[in-house]
Design a protein around this ligand. Sequence first.
Ligand SMILES: [Zn+2]
Ligand SMILES: [Zn+2]
Length: 111
Amino acid sequence: MGWANCGTDSKGRPIGYGFPATCDHPDCKTKIDRGLSYACGDMHGDLDLACEGYFCTAHLKHTLPVDGDDKQVCEACYKAAKKYATENPEDAHDLVAWFEDQEGEDWRVQT
Ligand SMILES: [Zn+2]
Ligand SMILES: [Zn+2]
C-alpha cells in the first residue's frame, strides 16, 4: 500500500508519486512527480481552495489555512483565495485573518 498510484484526476492524468511529471506552472520545466509533496493543497485536489495542479517547490511556496492546517498551494490558488477573501470577507474570516497575519493590512486585491 502507499500513495504511488492514486488513480487519476478529473483530467485523466495519473496521480501518485510513481508518476513523473513536470511542474504545472506556465513555462516551468522542473521535473517533479505527482505525489502529495508536489500537489497544490497536498490532498490531490480535494480542497476548495486548491486546484489539481502539481508544482515544483519554487511554485508551491504559498500556504493557506485549511481546517486548522497549513496547506501548501500554488500562486494561482493563493491569488484566488485572496480575491475570494477580498470580495467575501463575511464568509472568509479565517482567510482574512490569515492574510492580515501574512502580509499586514494591505493584502487585499484591487478590484
Ligand atoms: Zn493551485
Ligand atoms: Zn515550477
